[in-house]
Each structure stands twice: as structure tokens, then as C-alpha cells.
Design a protein around this ligand. Structure first.
Ligand SMILES: [Zn+2]
Length: 110
């Protein structure tokens, strides 16, 4: 499962940065175009943290809304997919400017 390898990657990153301290909470930034299903990730996170310094840590997910840039209008439009058009002129595809995020934003340690 895709989310399982992501969860394990998150655990690895947190372990590297926590300096052996217990991790209380992790905040992830996940774009709506990243293809990650938050519920699945939460489930995998719990499984991946068992027996690590992250065991019992709270997982918080910040969803980042995707936006596409239209060169012709010099405008950013909210988009739900890579093929959504510019809200002003209807051009598509737009240059994706955000929404593909998948990163550890914050780490709360003991
Ligand atoms: Zn446009």
C-alpha cells in the first residue's frame, strides 16, 4: 500500500530529527493532488509507529488546497485535478503551483 510506505518514511524522518526524544505529535502537510488518502495514512501511521519513539503520537494533517496558474490571465485558480481549467478564461491545463505537498511540517517532542 502506497500510504504504508509514506507512513514509514514519515517515521524515519521523525526519528532522525527527534534526537532520541519521544515524539508527541507530528503535523503533515498534504496537498489535495498528492494522491494520499488521509484516512489510510492515519491508519498506517498508527501501525508504523508501534514500538518506536513515535508510539502514541498524535498525527495532524494539514490539507493544502491545489491551485493552478494561468499564464494568459496571470491568475491562480483553485483546482481539484490536474485538468481543471482557469476560472477566468477556461484554459487548461494550468501550471500546478501548490497541492502536491507531502512533507513533515512540524514535530512536537517531549
Ligand atoms: Zn486564464
Amino acid at each position: 500500500m502506497h500510504e504504508l510506505s509514506i507512513a514509514q518514511g514519515v517515521v524515519d524522518i521523525c526519528q532522525q530529527h527527534a534526537g532520541g526524544r519521544r515524539v508527541l505529535a507530528v503535523t503533515l502537510e498534504i496537498g489535495t493532488l498528492s494522491g494520499v488518502v488521509p484516512e489510510a495514512l492515519e491508519f498506517c501511521f498508527e501501525a508504523s509507529t508501534n514500538g518506536t519513539i513515535l508510539e502514541g503520537a498524535r498525527l495532524e494533517i494539514d490539507r493544502v488546497a491545489a491551485r493552478g496558474y494561468c499564464r494568459a490571465c496571470d491568475l491562480l485558480s483553485p483546482i481539484d485535478s490536474y485538468f481543471d481549467p482557469c476560472t477566468a478564461c477556461g484554459a487548461s491545463p494550468l501550471e500546478v503551483r501548490c497541492g502536491e505537498e507531502l512533507r513533515v511540517k512540524e514535530l512536537e517532542v517531549e
